[in-house]
Design a protein around this ligand. Sequence first.
Ligand SMILES: [Zn+2]
Length: 337
Amino acid sequence: MTHVAESSENSPLERFVRSIPKTETHLHIEGSLPYEMLHELDPGKFPENPEFRQPGYKFPNFVEFEDLLIAHAMAWYTSAERYFEASSAIFRKLADQNVKYVETSVHLAITDFIDANGRDIVQAVKSAAPEGMDVRVIGALTRDGYTDTMKVTIDSLHTWDELDGIDMHGREWLELEDWAEPIWTRFRDQGKIIKVHAGEFGGPEKIYEALNQLGAQRVQHGVRATEDPELVKRMASEGVILDTCPISNEKLQVFPSMKDHSIRQLFDAGVICTINTDDPLCFANTICDEYLALASELDFTKSELGELAKNGFMYARMDENQKTAFIEEIDTLVGQS
Ligand SMILES: [Zn+2]
């Protein structure tokens, strides 16, 4: 696949993609650590341009990806201050690409391993938001995350006013345990953002589980929904939002290649999709790369890319006037192109 820096620099399409206001609503803060910060921290352990960040690299499976992600993230994220430092750099990179609204998750179980308070971490990420960017922070748990040491924290999460939502991530194939449903219901009752990772390494049944049991409004990935046409119809009619990450799916071999990615089918079927980067630390992708890949590999037109960018704002938890202004700006830029 084509990366911005290599071949399409300054092309009219790249300029268009860069110019439109954008959102990021599927972004793991631990998986977004700029690699150069790790390299600077320990050049011996984290050499420049490691193999996994090469354009053609594919991860053999989710577990190897997860191990690599944890090994790299844990080397940096040792305190709330480190979260602030990394978040500042991450948001700066996004602001440079005209990203105006971000929903990013914090892996809450990290507090089991480092000497930091979860609420301090959430505050640190939020306080790193630059002027002109709205940042919402989502608490992320794993399906087997209700451990003896995490129970008390998880049961009190609904009292964390600074948390904007909840997400289930990690090994999708694990069974959904009984503790999860009441936690997600509480967040839903509070009007917070309800997310679940599903339909990436699990099939449509995991998406049904996310919708029916956890009441997910935003499914993270959800791209394997196309294996069940009834599910696609339901998602389109109910307005379920898929926060998709095409390059992540390509690099983790959810699809054999970008040309085989289901986002074209989902988009054409009227399912609301947004475009995101997931874990740029591992995939070496940018938000602009994602839009450009859809244009080059799946024939998304500028107008269609504009639709995807508008979806990001349409369902964002931000000021309505600002939202309208960004949507109108995208329409104008599409019209001029
Ligand atoms: Zn994810």
